[in-house]
Write a protein that binds this ligand. Structure first.
Ligand code: FPP
Length: 267
């Protein structure tokens, strides 16, 4: 039997108590089933920063900066809800085509985020990992992420992945080359290649596939994100721009996920 949990009521479980402290009024309309399945891995395409800024006559980077604040809120919400893995698509292999100033701004965000948040993330037992190509990233960006990975490597709580300089096709290409190399070296035969072989050569090696993909801003596409991993993921789209996305939206996505029937091709 499942119990419907209405957020904001005093009977909420201790597990969720810290999530809503002082913010009860904001959550009255949201509900998800605390006895139902919480998606273990939630992946997010954070979109709409530029349009959010444009609506306010602000430069695009103001949207990215506000979007970073949303990242903080969503990480905390995911941790408090009991999500196991959260992957945020922060910069794609195609995003290099943007104006130089915008790219430079985006490349500074990981440092800025970690300079203020890493202490709390360590306290929360969060483990940070970067997925994507490390080649071509400015050293200040890469070093901040390596430091965060290092400082959190033994943590056992929420796994927070930043997809940075990440492209699904680039990832599959990389895996293909590595596997071809193993064959050329006589370490593997074509017959031995199975799904696990491919998965183990992706940036997400060791990370379970996403259960739920959230994309903001009204765009209905996956934009080269986790092409292999999303095969059986549930998708949830919202028109809300990423800087306006809140923990209530996150909860709404989880509630809708709980109503989905996942059959993986079976009946
Ligand atoms: C897409 O919106 C968003 C991005 C390319 C960048 C996303 C990055 C963040 C939200 C901050 C990341 C924070 C950390 C800590 C790494 P868009 O600019 O394409 O929006 P638009 O479609 O409205 O123009």
């Amino acid at each position: 039997m499942s119990i419907s949990l209405f957020l904001g009521e005093t009977c909420m479980l201790e597990r969720l108590g810290k999530m809503f402290s002082g913010r009860q009024e904001e959550h009255k309309s949201n509900a998800f089933d605390q006895a139902g399945v919480i998606p273990h891995h939630v992946a997010v395409i954070m979109d709409g920063n530029g349009r959010w800024a444009k609506r306010r006559n602000l430069p695009r980077v103001a949207g990215h900066h506000q979007g970073m604040k949303t990242v903080k809120d969503v990480v905390k919400a995911a941790d408090e809800i009991g999500v196991g893995v959260l992957t945020m698509y922060a910069f794609s292999t195609e995003n290099w085509k943007r104006p130089k100033d915008e790219v430079e701004f985006l490349m500074k965000l990981p440092q800025e985020f970690l300079s203020t948040e890493l202490v709390e993330l360590v306290e929360r037992n969060v483990r940070i990992r970067m997925i994507g190509s490390r080649e071509g990233l400015p050293s200040h960006t890469l070093n901040a992420l390596i430091e965060a990975e290092e400082k959190t490597k033994n943590n056992t709580g929420l796994q927070l992945n930043f997809a940075l300089n990440y492209g699904g096709r680039d990832e599959i290409l990389k895996a293909t080359k590595e596997i071809a190399q193993l064959i050329a070296q006589g370490k593997l035969t074509p017959e031995q290649i199975d799904e696990e072989t491919i998965a183990s050569h992706l940036y997400t090696q060791g990370i379970p596939e996403p259960d739920l993909l959230i994309r903001t801003s009204g765009e209905i596409r996956i934009s080269n994100f986790m092409l292999w991993q999303l095969a059986y993921t549930e998708f949830w789209f919202t028109d809300v721009y990423w800087p306006d996305f809140s923990r209530e939206h996150f909860i709404q996505a989880i509630a809708e996920y709980q109503g989905r029937a996942r059959r993986y091709g079976a009946v």
